[in-house]
Design a protein around this ligand. Structure first.
Ligand SMILES: NC(=O)c1ccc[n+]([C@@H]2O[C@H](COP(=O)([O-])OP(=O)(O)OC[C@H]3O[C@@H](n4cnc5c(N)ncnc54)[C@H](O)[C@@H]3O)[C@@H](O)[C@H]2O)c1
Length: 262
């Protein structure tokens, strides 16, 4: 398939590319340059540039939106909300049947759900609250839902909590937090986050109950605060790394071909 990725040069993008590059033709786009070692097609493109996204989407089978901007009020709205608007206009213009969008779990399971301690799942009534990041992402998801309803476009929303390297829980940046300081019991390994995107791109349409489905991307959690049953059952995604393994530092060695990841 031909896959257009918006905002693909951040932390998740390279893992999604790694999971899909041998199976699909990828056009990677972002406002920032790709990481060293990336040898595929790349286009500099802002996710909220409607005309630019429409042009880039010509001939594509799927659009994946991984762009995000967290702190700035105007920019967060432009990227997190209007990025999805541009993606949906492009899908409508080119009759692209499937789009995949991404965000944090709390764009659906926000503050109101924080004290619920068991079986939170992606089919609960959404309650994103008013935090800028969650709110702007939730508005973007709502835009997808409305386009989906009106134009029959299949929308798959992937919601993550926290992403970690299986071999280094201190984060991607040198000088990041100490081991386990930032490790939450809801962490998903980057590799698994990337294969979730692949699973969403590849799932046969008949497996999806409606045209607008949301999935929590979590490893198997012993406490089962967040339920990952739906993504396993519907997308056939299976996490390779589990919380116990991450917590016990079972996977300490980075792959020798780390650059190939990107
Ligand atoms: N990293 C995490 O732990 C985490 C947790 C929960 C959810 N998520 C979600 O996963 C997805 C990917 O997040 P990430 O961790 O890779 O974020 P990131 O900040 O590392 O990457 C985001 C990318 O978006 C790009 N971007 C910013 N403004 C843009 C614009 N105007 N147009 C196009 N691209 C633009 C950035 O250049 C960057 O490459 C997001 O939807 C995010 O909400 C991430």
């Amino acid at each position: 398939m031909k896959v257009l990725i918006l905002g693909g040069n951040g932390m998740l993008g390279p893992w999604a590319v790694k999971a899909m590059k041998s199976r699909h033709d990828i056009l990677l786009t972002d406002i920032n340059e790709p990481r060293p070692g990336y040898a595929g097609d790349y286009l500099k493109l802002s996710a909220d540039d409607v005309d630019g996204v429409v042009d880039a989407a010509e001939g594509m089978d799927v659009i994946v939106n991984l762009s995000v901007l967290r702190p700035h009020r105007q920019l967060a709205f432009d990227v997190n909300t209007m990025g999805n608007y541009a993606m949906m206009v492009a899908a409508r213009e080119h009759r692209i049947n499937r789009v995949i969008t991404s965000g944090p779990h709390y764009q659906m399971a926000g503050q109101q759900y924080e004290e619920w301690d068991f079986d939170l799942n992606p089919d609960m009534p959404p309650a994103p609250g008013t935090r800028l990041y969650a709110h702007t992402k939730a508005l973007g998801q709502e835009i997808c839902r409305v386009f989906s309803e009106r134009h029959g476009i299949q929308v798959i929303t992937l919601l993550y909590y926290n992403m970690k390297h299986s071999w280094d829980l201190s984060g991607m940046e040198p000088g990041g937090p100490e081991y386990h300081q930032d490790m939450t019991p809801y962490s998903t390994a980057w590799q698994d986050c990337g294969t979730a995107v692949q699973a969403a791109v590849e799932v046969p349409a008949e497996r999806l109950a409606t045209r607008c489905e949301t999935f929590f991307v979590f490893p198997d959690l012993p406490h089962r605060k967040f339920n990952n049953e739906k993504i396993k059952r519907v997308l056939g995604w299976s996490p390779r790394y589990h919380v116990e393994g991450l917590w016990n530092k079972e996977f300490r060695t980075p792959p020798s071909n780390l650059h190939e990841a990107f």
